[in-house]
Each structure stands twice: as structure tokens, then as C-alpha cells.
Write a protein that binds this ligand. Structure first.
Ligand code: G
Ligand code: G
Ligand code: NA
Ligand code: MN
Length: 253
């Protein structure tokens, strides 16, 4: 496909960038950020990751993108630390496809070592890709990364094929409840009940919860009542470029 050919050159053409979306407590205190890819193609303009990530997952190109992002994030953390900023953990999205690759975890660890970044500063958000997977290998890679000290987080929890089984068998520290369950939760009793059940389940296994896609303060209030205390969404902040993220880090110092 044409997009694949262009995407293949995006890295060498310097067309990729990263934005960071804050993760916060109910009072707005910053607890982390999620790194999100942006692609500005010189030929077809801005392309949303919602379009190009699924294509890259099908072609296998996604792992090149992930590894580029990992290196760029480690470089950024290194710069922030050199500037004397108090950094927060940066989450990266890792697709099932990445876990399938032979040397993925070694590349990840090598980037950390190269830039002298503590693994505690990198959170791995596992997203479910549609491609069929080698489950044994994915589990082994995830365990390897957890042993290195990376925080393992289940992304988009509640809408995937294997969320519950991963919650039980993977070394999971955190769960991000999919925004589908969050939107309008303050006026939808069924959503509230489902989220309450997810929270109860996570409490049993000492897994931390974050609500994603929070767009209204009424949702925040409801979620706080239900026992969720970590949030990400437009009501707090959109994804920010590196410079604005630096500004945010300075403010919390
Ligand atoms: O940032 P935005 O809402 O436009 O992202 C759209 C989708 O693309 C989301 O599902 C997000 O998780 C995904 N996405 C963004 N950046 C990355 C990335 O670096 N890797 C992967 N695998 N997915 C990403
Ligand atoms: O799938 P993932 O959780 O990685 O999705 C991250 C994407 O969600 C980002 O691209 C971001 O733009 C988008 N996003 C972040 N906050 C909100 C929100 O409050 N509402 C909606 N609709 N999308 C959001
Ligand atoms: Na994510
Ligand atoms: Mn998500």
C-alpha cells in the first residue's frame, strides 16, 4: 500500500514527532505522561495515528516506529534530566506485534542503557493488535520487561479480546479503563456498575486504575467516588509538544 511506502521513509525523512498527554490525580497533579506519535508527511500532510498505526501493525512496520519512539523518548528524558527537571514516567504504546519480534525487548533495554534512563521512568502500555499472536512469546517478553523494572499497563481495558486473561496471567501493575466506559459515566448507571466491577477486580490484585478519555468534571467526580484516582483526558489536558511538556515539568518542580 502507498501509505506503507511513505511510512517506511517517514523516519529517515524526519517526519515523525512525539506529543505527550498528561496523566493526573483528581486535583490535577501530574503523575506521568503518555507519548503519542505524530506523522507529518511531506507528500500527504498530517496523518493520524488512528490511520497509520493499524496499517503499520498489519505490515509489521509498527516495530520500527515503536523503536524510533523509544529512542526519542529516552533522549528526551535524558535532556529533561540534564536540564535539572523533575521528570515523571513516560508511557509508550507497545502493540502485540512488537512483542512478537525477536529482538524487541533487547532494543528497548539498550536504549535505556545508552541514555542512562531508569526503567521506572518508562511505562509500557500494552495495546491489543488484531493480528494473531504468539501468546507464549508475548508473555515471556512482558515478563522480561517487568523483571527489568518497566511498569506494565493494560491499555483500553474492557474492549479487547483478552483483557481479563492478561490481567490474571501478565505481570500487570496498572490498567487504563477504555474511554467508552468513561464517557458520560455520571449519567449512565450501567457504565458506573461496570467500572465499579473493574475497580473491585483490580483492587483484589493490587493493580492501579486510570480512567482515560475524561472530558467532563462530572465524570471525574463520579470516578473519584467509585475509587479511581488517576485520570487522562481532554478535561485536564490535550497531548502537548515537547516544549510545552517541559513547561509543565518546570511548573511542578
Ligand atoms: O493520539 P491519538 O488519539 O491521535 O492516537 C490515536 C491512536 O493511535 C490511539 O489508539 C493511540 O493509542 C495510537 N497511538 C498513538 N501513538 C502510538 C504509538 O507510538 N504506538 C502505537 N502502537 N499506537 C499509538
Ligand atoms: O488508545 P490510546 O489510549 O493510546 O489513545 C490515546 C489517544 O486518545 C490520544 O491520541 C488522544 O488524542 C486521545 N484522547 C486523549 N484524551 C481524550 C479525550 O478526553 N477524549 C477523546 N475522545 N480522546 C482522547
Ligand atoms: Na495508550
Ligand atoms: Mn487507551
Amino acid at each position: 500500500q502507498e501509505i506503507n511506502i511513505l511510512l517506511n521513509e517517514a523516519i529517515s525523512n524526519n517526519e515523525l514527532s512525539i506529543v505527550y498527554q498528561p496523566k493526573v490525580k483528581g486535583d490535577g497533579r501530574l503523575v506521568g505522561v503518555e507519548a503519542l506519535l505524530r506523522w507529518h508527511s511531506k507528500i500527504i500532510g498530517i496523518v493520524s495515528p488512528a490511520i497509520f498505526i493499524p496499517i503499520a501493525e498489519k505490515s509489521g512496520l509498527v516495530t520500527q516506529l515503536t523503536l524510533w519512539l523509544v529512542t526519542a523518548v529516552c533522549e528526551q528524558l535524558h535532556r529533561w534530566q540534564q536540564d535539572g527537571l523533575k521528570v515523571v514516567p513516560v508511557a509508550i504504546n507497545v502493540s502485540g506485534n512488537d512483542l512478537d519480534q525477536e529482538y524487541f525487548h533487547e532494543h528497548l533495554v539498550n536504549s535505556l542503557v545508552e541514555f542512562k534512563i531508569s526503567p521506572q521512568l518508562v511505562e509500557i502500555e500494552l495495546t491489543e493488535s488484531s493480528r494473531s499472536l504468539d501468546h507464549g512469546k508475548a508473555l515471556a517478553t512482558t515478563r522480561y520487561l517487568a523483571n527489568w523494572g518497566f511498569c506494565i499497563t493494560l491499555d483500553d481495558f474492557g474492549i479487547g479480546y483478552s483483557g481479563l486473561s492478561k490481567l490474571m496471567s501478565y505481570p500487570v501493575k496498572k490498567v487504563k479503563i477504555d474511554r467508552q466506559f468513561i464517557k458520560g459515566i455520571h449519567k449512565d448507571d450501567r457504565k458506573a456498575k461496570v467500572v465499579e466491577a473493574i475497580i473491585a477486580m483490580c483492587n483484589v490484585s493490587h493493580v492501579e486504575i486510570l480512567a482515560e478519555g475524561v472530558e467532563e468534571f462530572e465524570e471525574v467526580d463520579k470516578l473519584l467516588l467509585l475509587g479511581c484516582s488517576n485520570f487522562q483526558g481532554f478535561v485536564f489536558s490535550k497531548p502537548l509538544d515537547a516544549e510545552r511538556t517541559s513547561g509543565l515539568l518546570k511548573k511542578q518542580n
